[in-house]
Design a protein. Structure first.
Lengths: 318, 340
């Protein structure tokens, strides 16, 4: 750590304003990502994980309310930049995004090669011919045949379009790539292929990833670190080895127990109840209502406790 | 896990169970047309599928998108007409049923859709949604209708029932919406349920809940179920037999444990390799996945349809001759030349 620290997020907050009150989608998130590593943000739908990606990239929706905190990229606080500076120097130049359902996000009337070349032309200031050369190189990395640059999105299968979207996020050689549910709409074999591609990018190009997903089993294909998100907050942060071996937070344990396995002896279990509404959050621990290990202290907000490099936000470990 | 005595019971049960649905050499082809009239070939979505479903049996059909599993399901639901072959339900050939016969058939077959939000009409309250099939099914007594709506909502645990009756689909969570879909499928007391990826749109923690609910209903009513999915990891909790489908054919048919512990067809092996389990060591190794993608169903490869991607392809055999079903161990069928 220290020298190769790529991203540090401190107390990041993003609320949405609605007629019922503010939705606390991202509520005081802290984490650190070293370069050439991948952190997985795991959580159920509605826990704020996609909003976290948007908050990092400053892609704020129109009804965004409070937006504060520090985001350090290579030591510089990018929250201090103006919107124009952020657009020119950070978004896509330093941090790129593969959005959810990226394969359907391609423009249907533009050849995929031209689409992938666009961020390179805009951010690297090179001409179209050089950009297309770069696109060919990126297509090689992600396993798309080079002559596909002449094709339109509808001529490609879902898996190929997903690879094209990943190639587009790579073309400016950003320091960090955020993947929002990159494989949730894909078939098993396509999914495994995409993860092979991502692993290779990490190994050969030294890429760093934030992977946002709800699927614990496939997330382990890429994870170096795991952050568990619940109701707008990160409740556990750990290296992948110790996390998959023995999760600490009761919510993480429950999530892990809900994964169906091929060769398991034990039946999977489910978590009773539903996550709280992000508008009316309970006062103490946000998971207390559904927690099997709940006790008197849980009515107060739990502190973040550090145990041998792992962090957990739970009274059980204080 | 199944103990020895349970296994024996199951065997006994199997012998005595009657066949509910029998599918014989089913072909479902869709004609392609050029300029709207001239013939330009067929999409061979289902191409020679044969199997039986017994009373009270659950079967999983596993395959990737575009392998024809949805066409198979829609033909079973009598929404598509088979191009060739026949479907026999409870002794009656579907092709010979008139309108009244189809009415009878549809009240005996429940259908659980993949996307619960898309499957529920957004402008109808839950009560209305559940009443509709009863009206169509000829339940005229109002009291009886209300009684059955309550009963089926209690069965899917949408309780307290009164709180839900007047709600609209958008007011419910994904899991609750899927419960409404299941209640609707169950309201005519069907003998047979077709579930098309019932949990793929749901959150991981809710998936298990819905699968357990379906299994509970299956046991309670001794239902026969066809569970269509692409996710092998959920299959072992829910079905007795697995059929693996590739490019319009069933390539492997066997009991769940046989397929998962001893997969025979190279495609099944690939599917199992591709399925992840939560384990940090996964991040260090690449998965060995066959290259390429499933073939087009308009011009599928000659011989075995998996041969262009198969790591164990036998030249001169697999690429020329279509493999029949072999039975290397009792009850374990595989359409692959490696086992002749």
């Amino acid at each position: 750590m220290g020298q190769n620290q790529l991203l540090r997020i401190e107390d990041l907050v993003m609320y949405f304003n609605t007629t019922h009150g503010p939705v606390q989608a991202v509520d005081g998130v802290n984490f650190i990502l070293d370069s050439n590593r991948a952190v997985v943000i795991l959580g159920e739908s509605g826990c704020g994980k996609s909003s976290l990606a948007k908050a990092i990239l400053r892609l704020l929706p129109r009804n965004a309310g409070e937006y504060s905190g520090r985001v350090y990229l290579n030591g510089a606080d990018i929250m201090l930049l103006s919107d124009e500076e952020f657009r020119q120097n950070i978004r896509w130049a330093s941090i790129s995004l593969v959005p959810q359902a990226a394969m359907n996000a391609l423009n249907p009337v533009i050849k995929v090669g031209d689409q992938v070349a666009e961020p390179a032309i805009v951010h690297l200031g090179i001409d179209k011919k050089d950009a297309l050369g770069l696109v060919r190189k990126m297509f090689q990395h992600v396993g798309v045949p080079e002559d596909f640059i002449e094709r339109y999105p509808f001529e490609l299968s879902g898996g190929m379009r997903q690879r094209v979207a990943i190639a587009m996020s790579l073309v400016t050689s950003p320091a960090l790539i955020i993947l929002d549910e990159p494989t949730s709409a894909l078939d098993v074999l396509t999914q495994a292929n995409i993860f092979n591609v991502l692993k290779r990018l990490k190994k050969e190009l030294g890429a760093s990833f934030i992977l946002i997903t709800h699927d614990i089993a496939t997330s382990s294909e890429l994870a170096d670190d795991v952050a568990i998100m619940y109701a707008g907050q990160i409740v556990e942060m750990s290296d992948a080895y110790r996390f998959f071996d023995k999760p600490l937070h009761p919510y993480s344990q429950k999530l892990m127990a809900s994964v169906p396995r091929l060769h398991a002896v034990k039946e999977p279990d489910f978590i009773t109840g539903r996550p709280p509404s992000l508008i009316n959050l309970p006062k103490g621990c946000r998971f207390a209502d559904r927690c099997p290990a709940r006790f008197e202290k849980c009515v107060e907000d739990p502190p973040v406790i550090e145990e041998e490099g792992r962090k957990v936000k739970c009274w059980l470990y204080s | 896990m199944v103990s020895a005595s349970q296994a024996k019971d199951m065997e006994q049960k199997e012998i005595t169970r009657e066949i509910l649905l029998s599918i014989d050499d089913l072909h479902v082809w869709f004609e392609l047309k050029k300029f709207g009239f001239s013939h330009a070939g067929y999409v061979k979505a289902v191409d020679g599928v044969t199997f039986d479903v017994h009373n009270g049996e659950t079967i999983a059909v596993v395959g990737e998108s575009g392998c024809g599993k949805s066409s198979l399901m829609k033909t079973i639901l009598a929404l598509y007409k088979p191009t060739e072959g026949k479907i026999v339900f409870d002794g009656k050939n579907l092709a010979e049923l008139d309108n009244r016969g189809l009415h009878w058939y549809h009240s005996n077959v429940g259908y659980v859709q993949q996307d619960p939000y898309g499957a529920l009409p957004p402008f109808m309250a839950i009560q209305r949604i559940l009443k509709e099939p009863l009206i169509v099914g000829g339940v005229k007594d109002k009291e009886e209708r209300i009684r059955r709506i309550h009963k089926s909502m209690e069965e899917v645990r949408l309780t307290p029932v009164k709180d839900f009756l007047q709600k609209y689909p958008h007011m419910l969570s994904g899991g609750q919406q899927q419960r409404v879909v299941i209640a609707r499928a169950m309201i005519m007391n069907p003998k047979f349920l077709v579930a098309d990826e019932p949990v793929s749109m749901l959150d991981a923690s809710v998936r298990v809940e819905i699968l357990k609910l379906l299994r509970g209903l299956q046991e309670l009513h001794n239902l026969s179920v066809i569970y269509i999915t692409h996710d092998l990891s959920t299959v072992s909790y829910f079905s007795e037999r697995i059929f693996v489908m590739y490019a319009g054919n069933l390539v492997e048919k066997a009991k769940v444990r046989q397929v998962i512990d001893n997969p025979l067809h190279p495609y099944t092996v690939a599917l199992l390799t591709g399925t992840s389990e939560p384990d940090a060591r996964n991040a260090e190794t690449y998965k060995e996945i066959p290259p390429g993608e499933p073939p087009s169903l308009v011009n599928p490869p000659t011989g075995c349809r998996f041969h262009p991607r198969c790591p164990k392809m036998i030249p001169g055999l697999c690429d020329i001759k279509f493999p029949p079903d072999f039975e290397p161990e009792p009850g374990h069928f595989v359409a692959c030349w490696l086992y002749q």
